[in-house]
Design a protein around this ligand. Structure first.
Ligand code: ADP
Ligand code: MG
Length: 627
């Protein structure tokens, strides 16, 4: 009941319940990280208070030391963690730890693998830190008072099952105190030396002092309490970087690469950036929480400062601490701020240079990067005109020369290994490698060992236009326009001229039969084994693009394509001789339709009238089987 000290019982939201259940029953490894999570929350709360006090000085007494205190009690089997940070109001308690409204928890549950080690690594990724306390606690009592509010302090208690209780109490100072009642089998954590070593291991870099009683019972700071990014890189171990990445930046696993820089001169700032080795669940969500945190003179300003890095680098996590911005910066000031713009430019440059270096010295690492973030990174080709050249060196594609989807090629490599007479960079777009690989359009390219890039990410359709040309070689779709291989296709061109006139009448006849579906029928040199294929006009939208646009709900007027026929193929040769005998031969009609439908199927498309199609095939089968 509100207003009374009598506990009010509330139900956890369904997802919170599921999560708690998992915490209690399925996660057994690395239980000690509960302490890291709670200390990280305390540190966030202190950051928030300091930030709020910039605009509202009355909430923080200038003589107050912002700090975290930890105490273990062996006999009572408890650990107590307190901070004098921002605290929470009753509503905030309900919102922040009674429900997990964040989309993260649901995604977390979906991603649980059942593999305990992997699953406990997931915890950080989904921001479900607080609940990890139930790995070791039989019950938890949290007392909190919101800074700058008249509301009474709130007590939240739970044993991690379906309910929690809320009541009111007296609390002198703002901030939060959490008492953990350890399960019997976890009581070993309730020893000062244990707690001390866990803090040293995971939380040494926390920017606020963490106090713990020493042997004489006197409180003593146990961490270095200097932000990690301000320490010289040479003094930081890779474990410390990794712990910072997981507990302060919501990262998980080992980062792929770390960029730690201090810049002095016209601008002064420190940046510590991480490129993760796995993409987070929310890379494509608008409400991403993590990204780059902005600090000004060591004061936390905001999470996920979007002005610091362009969207296509949104997978990068880290901290930027600037000496030049005013402490009272707001989101509005950050937009179009010259300091931020210059920092951002320098960061982008650093990241791209680092990626280039990785691609040259650690191809395996670079491949991992590309597989995780390639589709996002490629957006840069469209949006970051200034760095286009650098970006073009970094993009990778699958290709017809690669044995599998792990075999990637850069544009530079492509151009470097193409035959001398080749004038263009050829590509094919489609939904997957499996589909484009079987395309009849590839036949002549395979025959002549000309490499074709496989563009199988939805975004590729957009970026080919942005790339347009590389080192003077234009990008050309092999499913669009009349094929011109230049000198490489000299022989074929000569035969084509001859067959064109031989097949002129038949081409016209087929065109008349299929006039509802195709724009033109012509003899081609691009096919070797298939009888026919469909190509788009030079300046028309490709069929893959058409499908993408439709999938996005855009209206597209379907454009008729050109049916190209292979005059070397027995089917066409038969058709031609039939036509010469009797231009009105009824079989021609059937066959023309089947040619068209076969070409569609080869592209992985549906035939427009499946019933009519199967009827045609059946009639053909009857004829063959009865002859
Ligand atoms: P995250 O830290 O990723 O937001 P947590 O589960 O660790 O997720 O914490 C949930 C929320 O509970 C925090 O976002 C914060 O709003 C609140 N919270 C947790 N601990 C504290 C604390 N010591 N002081 C103030 N608020 C806290
Ligand atoms: Mg947390």
């Amino acid at each position: 009941m509100a207003g009374s000290t009598e506990g009010q019982k509330l139900e956890f939201q369904t997802e919170a319940k599921q999560l708690l259940h998992l915490m209690i029953h399925s996660l057994y490894s690395h239980k000690e990280i509960f302490l890291r999570e709670l200390i990280s929350n305390a540190s966030d709360a202190l950051d928030k208070l300091r930030f709020e006090s910039l605009t509202n000085p009355s909430i923080l007494d200038s003589s107050t030391e912002l700090a975290i205190k930890v105490k273990a009690d062996k006999d009572a089997k408890t650990i107590t963690i307190s901070d004098n940070g921002i605290g929470m109001s009753r509503q905030e308690v309900i919102k922040n730890i009674g429900t997990i409204a964040r989309s993260g928890s649901k995604a977390f549950i979906e991603k649980m693998t059942g593999d305990q080690k992997a699953d406990s690594n997931l915890i950080g990724q989904f921001g479900v830190g607080f609940y990890s306390v139930f790995m070791v606690a039989s019950s938890v009592k949290l007392t909190t008072k919101r800074a700058g509010s008249d509301e009474a302090a709130v007590v939240w208690e739970s044993n991690g099952e379906s309910q929690y209780s809320l009541s009111e109490t007296q609390k002198e100072d703002h901030g939060t105190e959490i008492v953990i009642y350890l399960k019997d089998e976890e009581s070993e954590y309730a020893q000062d030396w244990q707690v001390r070593s866990i803090i040293k291991k995971y939380s040494d870099f926390i920017a606020f002092p963490i106090y713990l009683p020493n042997e004489k019972g006197k409180e003593e700071v146990v961490n270095q309490s200097k932000p990690l990014w301000l320490r010289p890189a040479s003094e930081i171990t890779s474990e410390q970087y990794e712990d910072f990445f997981t507990s302060s930046l919501g990262g998980f696993g080992k980062p792929l690469t770390i960029l730690h820089n201090r810049v002095e001169g016209i601008l002064e700032y420190t940046s510590l950036l991480f490129i993760p080795s796995k993409s987070p669940f929310d890379l494509f969500s608008m409400e991403r929480k993590h990204g780059v945190k902005l600090y000004v003179k060591r004061v936390f300003i905001m999470d996920n400062c979007k002005e610091l890095l362009p969207e296509y680098l949104r997978f990068v996590r880290g901290v930027v601490d600037s000496e030049d911005l005013p402490l009272n910066v707001s989101r509005e000031i950050l937009q179009k701020n010259p300091v931020i713009e210059r920092i951002s430019k320098a960061l982008v440059n650093k990241i791209l240079t680092k990626l280039k270096e990785l691609s040259e010295t650690e191809p395996e690492t670079y491949r991992t990067f590309w597989q995780e973030f390639g589709p996002v990174f490629k957006e840069g080709i469209h949006s970051d005109f200034e760095n286009k050249e650098q970006l073009l060196e970094l993009v990778r594609f699958q290709s017809s020369m690669g044995a599998s989807k792990d075999d990637l090629v850069s544009l530079k490599q492509y151009v470097g290994r193409m035959p001398q007479d080749q004038k263009h960079i050829y590509y094919i777009t489609g939904d997957s490698r499996e589909i484009v690989e079987k395309s009849p359009h590839l036949e002549v390219f395979r025959d002549k060992s000309i490499e074709v890039l496989y563009l199988v990410d939805p975004i590729d359709e957009w970026i080919v236009n942005d790339i347009y040309n590389f080192e003077g070689k234009e990008l050309k779709s092999i499913t669009q326009g009349d094929l011109d291989l230049g000198d490489l296709g000299k022989e074929e061109k000569e035969t084509q001229e001859k067959t064109k006139s031989e097949y002129k009448k038949l081409s016209e006849r087929i065109k008349n039969i299929l006039s509802d579906s195709v724009k033109e029928v012509r003899v081609t040199t691009r096919l070797k084994d298939s009888p026919a294929c469909l190509v788009a006009d030079d300046n028309a939208m490709g069929s893959h693009m058409e499908r993408l646009m439709k999938a996005m709900g855009q209206e597209v007027t379907e454009q008729k394509r050109i049916l190209e026929i292979n005059a070397e193929h027995p089917i066409l040769q038969n058709m031609n001789s039939r036509y010469e005998k009797d231009p009105k031969d009824a079989h021609l009609e059937q066959w023309a339709h089947l040619l068209f439908e076969g070409a569609l199927i080869a592209e992985g498309q549906m035939v427009p009238d499946p019933l009519a199609y199967s009827k045609r095939v059946n009639e053909l089968l009857i004829k063959v089987s009865s002859s």
